[in-house]
Design a protein around this ligand. Structure first.
Ligand SMILES: C[S@@+](CC[C@H](N)C(=O)[O-])C[C@H]1O[C@@H](n2cnc3c(N)ncnc32)[C@H](O)[C@@H]1O
Length: 285
């Protein structure tokens, strides 16, 4: 499946990649943004592309994009990653958080509630925690907190209770087992898809420790850009956006006072862009 990068024009406007610049793309995925950055570097400059998922890393290497070095790592380690290449600071960092369309459609790891796949949801195979291990081992209150905090799901407690009751007689290991439990706990059919989406999103955030990564990643990004350099971050969840917004306010200059959303035209073309919010920051020291 072709992954459409979101808000590409705005990313280019704020990141402003020019020949000779060094840019970190901390969330490489299908290289949509990196491809565009590469064009603008015109063969003179460097993109350090970081991706946590080894399958996506392999795909990115195969694309052979001019000026792109692909590194399998967590973006929160970007300082160590660039140090390997004897680089101490860069002109720009892009962080486009969350999962890839490939995760949802092709990974077979249980990101989509519309399929019946093992409940895995890990971006990185090295992590021990899977969606199934969380679902089958966490105390009821902790499960409910995950659904409430990361999914803002109103039936969080009821769903956590039903999970704990179910797992007494069967292990919950497939996506459709979880879908069925959520369905039973959501009285109004109209809200079922909405609730299931939120429960799956909350689990994915917990499995991949996404909010802690966002916190550490945005911090690292602000520290590695040179004076005059920029950080551009795209969030798909209000909690991520809040972390970015408050980090950008601590020092330097916020370039996007309100955050930038996709145009109507882009939203129609790429529904995933509807929840995207871009913020940009400049190192003014
Ligand atoms: C929304 S996609 C990025 C799309 C990309 N900008 C493009 O144009 O194709 C997010 C990517 O970030 C990766 N990712 C998530 N958490 C990460 C982390 N902590 N470190 C590095 N990559 C991460 C995911 O595996 C996914 O491929």
């Amino acid at each position: 499946m072709d992954h459409k990068p979101v808000l590409t024009d705005k990313v280019m406007q704020y990141l402003d990649p020019q020949p000779g610049k060094i840019i970190i793309d901390g969330t490489l995925d299908g290289c949509g943004h990196s491809q565009e950055i590469s064009k603008r570097l015109q063969g003179n400059g460097l993109i350090i592309g970081i991706e946590i998922d080894k399958d996506l890393v392999k795909q990115a290497i195969k694309k052979n994009i001019r000026g792109l070095i692909v590194e399998k790592n967590n973006y929160k380690n970007m300082k160590e990653v660039i140090a390997k290449h004897n680089i101490r600071s860069v002109d720009g960092v892009l962080l486009d958080f969350g999962m890839s369309s490939w995760h949802l459609e092709e990974s077979g790891r249980g990101f989509s509630f519309q399929r019946n796949e093992p409940l895995d949801m890990r971006f990185s195979h090295e992590e021990e925690k899977t969606a199934a291990s969380i679902i089958n081992s966490l105390p009821e209150n902790d499960l409910a907190d995950i659904f409430q905090q990361y999914g803002e799901e109103r039936h969080a407690r009821k769903i956590a209770h039903a999970i704990v009751a179910t797992r007494k007689h069967e292990r919950i290991i497939q996506t459709q087992q979880l879908v069925e439990i959520v369905r039973r706990c959501t009285p109004r059919a109209f809200f079922r898809t909405h609730s299931t989406t939120k429960i799956f999103q909350a689990l994915r955030i917990a499995v991949n420790d996404e909010l802690n990564n966002v916190r550490a990643g945005i911090q690292a990004a602000m520290e590695v850009v040179k004076p005059g350099g920029r950080v551009v971050a795209i969030s798909f969840h209000s909690l991520e956006d809040r972390i970015v917004k408050s980090a950008f306010r601590t020092w330097g200059a916020v370039l996007t006072k309100k955050g930038v959303s996709a145009s109507r035209a882009e939203q129609l073309l790429n529904p995933r862009s509807r929840s995207a919010r871009l913020r940009a920051w400049e190192n003014k020291s």
